[in-house]
Design a protein. Structure first.
Length: 78
């Protein structure tokens, strides 16, 4: 039972990774817009860039981990 539930939270394909990255980007843009309204000027813009830039880093890490897991499965013969 728990194994089936746990499998729902495992990213298995690049498509699933893209959906997760898209959701992260939407949240980061929303947070960034709040920063722009809360801190007008360059400070808000820099915080907006920091919020959206973190999505690029997270997305790259997700894709790297996904590729590493797929290579591991191939080398293990699964």
């Amino acid at each position: 039972m728990f194994r089936k539930l746990r499998r729902l939270f495992v990213i298995k394909t690049r498509f699933e990774a893209c959906l997760i990255i898209y959701a992260l980007a939407l949240g980061a843009c929303e947070r960034g817009m709040a920063y722009v309204h809360q801190f007008p000027g360059y400070g808000g813009k820099l915080l907006f860039l920091a919020a959206t830039g973190s999505v690029f880093l997270a997305g790259a890490k997700i894709f790297d981990c996904l590729r590493m897991e797929q290579e591991r499965r191939v080398s293990a013969g699964e």
